[in-house]
Every structure is written in C-alpha cells, then in structure tokens.
Ligand binder design. Structure first.
Ligand SMILES: *[C@@H]1O[C@H](CO)[C@@H](O)[C@H](O)[C@H]1NC(C)=O
Ligand SMILES: *[C@@H]1O[C@H](CO)[C@@H](O)[C@H](O)[C@H]1NC(C)=O
Ligand SMILES: *[C@@H]1O[C@H](CO)[C@@H](O)[C@H](O)[C@H]1NC(C)=O
Ligand SMILES: *[C@@H]1O[C@H](CO)[C@@H](O)[C@H](O)[C@H]1NC(C)=O
Length: 382
C-alpha cells in the first residue's frame, strides 16, 4: 500500500493539477481492487460487491483445480434429469397410487390386500412381478395384473431390473402418481384412505438413504465407479421405496449411473461386492435430488436381532400390540456397520409435520394371514 504515501505524504498535494488527481485516483482504485482480489473480504455485504457468485468462503477464490471435467454422457444425464425435475408435475383429475409387488410367485397376503383395496376402486392400480413361478391369484384386484418378468438374483442388478420393469409398466397409466414397491411378505399397517392421503398429498419420495462408512456401506464401494460416482456420494438404504412420478421417470432416464452399478455389483466376485438394490437408488437420488427424498423407507422391518436376516413374524408374534407398536414409531433410526455402530435418528417429517414413519411392514410369514385378517379393521384405523 506504498502508493498511499503519494497521496497523503505529499506536501505538494494542494498544487497538484486536475489530470494528476485522476491518475492518482485510478491508481488507488486499481490497488484497492487487486488487494480485494488477493485478500477476499469476509463480510456478506462486501461479498456482494466483489463476488458475483455470492459468499461461499475462501476456497472458492482458489483456482478450480479440483473441479473435474464432466464426460459427454454425464452432461447429458445432468441436463435430462434437471429438466425433468424442473418441469411442473401434471396432476391428473384422479390421482392413483401404484402398488408394485416384487415376489417369487404367489402372494400369501392377497386376501388381506383384497380387504384393504375393497371400496377404493379407481384410486389404485396393482402390478405383480413374479420372478420364479406364475402366481395363483385369489383376489380380483390381482387378476391379470402380472407383468412380463424375469429371473431375479439377490444383490445383482437383475433386482433393480425387476423394479424398473414394474416402474415402466406402472408409468404407462398417467393417473399413477406414487409408485410403491412391496414384497410378498409385506402387509399394510393402515386402512386405504390413510395410506392414500399420506402418499398423494406429499411431493417427496420415500427412498431410504444414509451414509454408512462401515463394511456393509462404503466397504462395498468400488473405485471403478469413478469418476462419476465418488465414495463421498455413496449411500445405502433399504430397497422398499415409494416414488413420485417425476422420480420414477428419472430412474427410467438414467443409464449412466445405473450402468456403473450393473458393472460393479456382483456379490461374490472380488472387488464387486456391492449390493445393487441397497445402493443404486440411495446413491442416485443423493447425487441428483437429495432434497426430494425423505431418507427413510415406509416399510418397517426389525433388524434388532442383528442376524443376517431381519426378524420374521410368526402367528404367535402377531398381536394388536405389535402392530400398534410399529405404527407408533415416528423417528427413523439408522445404524452404521463399523465398530462405532453410530446410530442416526431423524424425526419422520411429512410436509414438515412429525408423523408415523411406517405404512407397511415386513416380514410376515404366510400363516399369519388369518390372524392379520381378523385384526385388520381394528389395528388399521389411525
Ligand atoms: C414441496 O412443496 C412445498 C410446498 O408446496 C415446497 O415448499 C417444497 O419445496 C416442495 N419440495 C419439493 C422437493 O418439490
Ligand atoms: C434427506 O437428506 C438430505 C441430505 O442427504 C437432505 O438434504 C434432505 O433435506 C433430507 N430430506 C428430508 C426430507 O429431510
Ligand atoms: C411394544 O413396545 C413396548 C415398549 O417399547 C414393549 O415393552 C413391548 O414389548 C412391545 N410389544 C410388542 C408385542 O412388540
Ligand atoms: C380392538 O381393539 C380394542 C381396543 O384395543 C380391543 O378392546 C378389542 O378387543 C379389539 N378387537 C379385536 C377383535 O381384536
């Protein structure tokens, strides 16, 4: 700032001519601007003056060495996805919920679902993907609702392919607004109206998503997924989702991220032990629309026994008390798989209001159907 002396130190200041004043002023402004560039201001009003990007901190002023150049395919994916997300959702006169069942064969709870759907015709549609045997249907709501299916191998992308097949079929009905994925061992926890209103009156998707630095989370990440998928974006979550229509469309539109999981999720093969159905959608949505998902699944499951499989409810377990216990939960809990076993708890916020987290539950064994039918009208009223 030596130039300042020119101005204030000069004894001949008063005798300076007008052009000299202008040169000094320009010089002073230049020096000030250079200083401002090198030592960026921290206060927000100053940020507004000096940075068109707003205030984000000092690192933003550094050359962008860490920003990588996107590939052609990535630019395409980003443009397409952003455009779909930005376009206003067309709300049909008669919005429906698509119930999509992923099952090896027949559905043991068809009679319960029949009771659930009864009287609500026109507000839902049913799709069944049976991967092993052709199902025998007992309910009229399930008749002729089987879609073309294929083999499903646990952990591989064939599971995601089945989910995509269900979504494609359900997207063909323009009235479908939320797309719920359910298994053959899932049961409803509420009556139809409650579930319908919960799903139709929200603009987010219920996709489970959390960060697990442990072996069952980031331990399944492969560096071959770079550059598109960084380990910092890798997420985990249960496969059972409910998705709004726009999100179902972007899942269909995605080839880039999906192909990475297709190539590197092959459990049993060294270095490719990622589980497609537990990582693809959580990671994808975390990357493209983190604010658009709830981060928990609407389907309850009990992992408290800490075994390879979640607790399976038999007839003796199924009571009014058990079902009321599950429906009273309004905090979602996620635990990491590392030694710290860090537990993350978030309130289940529905349009900003804390509400029950779960609309469905698993795993119920087939023989529980009679008991559930008997209890249904009682436990399913909110
Ligand atoms: C959902 O709607 C609310 C209010 O209409 C809005 O504030 C919010 O940004 C919307 N969220 C998403 C993910 O579109
Ligand atoms: C879900 O988590 C993301 C961060 O991963 C967050 O931005 C988003 O707001 C969360 N969703 C809700 C509904 O809180
Ligand atoms: C219901 O929850 C209470 C309190 O957490 C617990 O003591 C009870 O054992 C639970 N009952 C069933 C059937 O799960
Ligand atoms: C229904 O719930 C009420 C209140 O808990 C209970 O008194 C009644 O016995 C239940 N009925 C059946 C059929 O379980």
């Amino acid at each position: 700032m030596g130039d300042l002396n020119i101005m204030y130190g000069s004894r001949h200041r008063h005798h300076m001519k007008k052009p000299m004043w202008i040169i000094v002023l320009v010089l002073f402004v230049c020096v000030f601007l250079i200083c401002a560039y090198i030592y960026p201001p921290q206060s927000s009003s100053a940020c507004y003056i000096f940075s068109s990007r707003g205030c984000k901190g000092f690192t933003d002023w550094l050359p962008p060495i860490t920003v990588r150049e996107y590939t052609d395919e990535e630019i395409v994916a980003r443009v397409v996805i952003r455009d779909i997300l930005k376009s206003p959702a067309i709300v049909p006169k008669n919005p429906k919920v698509a119930f999509m069942f992923l099952s090896p064969g027949s559905l043991p709870f068809e009679r319960l679902w029949d009771k659930f759907f009864q009287g609500h015709e026109g507000k839902f549609s049913v799709y069944v993907h049976a991967s092993k045997t052709k199902p025998v249907h007992l309910s009229r709501y399930f008749l002729n609702r089987d879609i073309r299916s294929d083999e499903v191998v646990w952990g591989k992308t064939s599971m995601v392919d089945a989910e995509r097949r269900l979504l494609t079929n359900a997207l063909q009905d323009l009235d479908n607004q939320q797309f719920v994925l359910l298994s053959d061992s899932c049961v409803p926890l509420y009556n139809f109206d409650y579930i319908y209103n919960y799903l139709i009156n929200t603009n987010i998707s219920f996709v489970d998503c959390f960060k697990d630095p442990g072996p069952h989370g980031n331990g399944r990440y492969s560096e071959h997924m770079l550059p598109e998928i960084d380990v910092k974006d890798f997420r985990k979550g249960a496969q059972w989702f409910s998705m709004k229509r726009q999100h179902a469309v972007i899942v269909m539109a995605d080839h880039l991220y999906y192909s990475k999981f297709q190539a590197y999720c092959q459990p049993g093969v060294d270095g490719k032990n990622c589980i497609a159905d537990e990582h693809y959608l959580p990671t994808f949505f975390y990357m493209v629309d983190p604010g658009g998902i709830a981060n928990w699944s609407l389907t309850h499951v009990d992992w408290s026994e800490r075994k390879w499989h979640p607790k399976s409810y038999g007839s003796q377990d199924v009571t009014y008390e058990l079902l009321k216990n599950i429906t009273s939960i309004d905090i979602s809990v996620h635990a990491t798989s590392d030694d710290k076993r860090e537990v993350q708890r978030w309130p289940c916020l529905w349009n900003g209001i804390q509400k029950p987290c779960y609309l469905f539950a698993r795993k119920f064994t087939p023989e529980t159907v009679d008991k559930l039918l008997h209890l249904f009208s009682n436990y399913s009223t909110p």
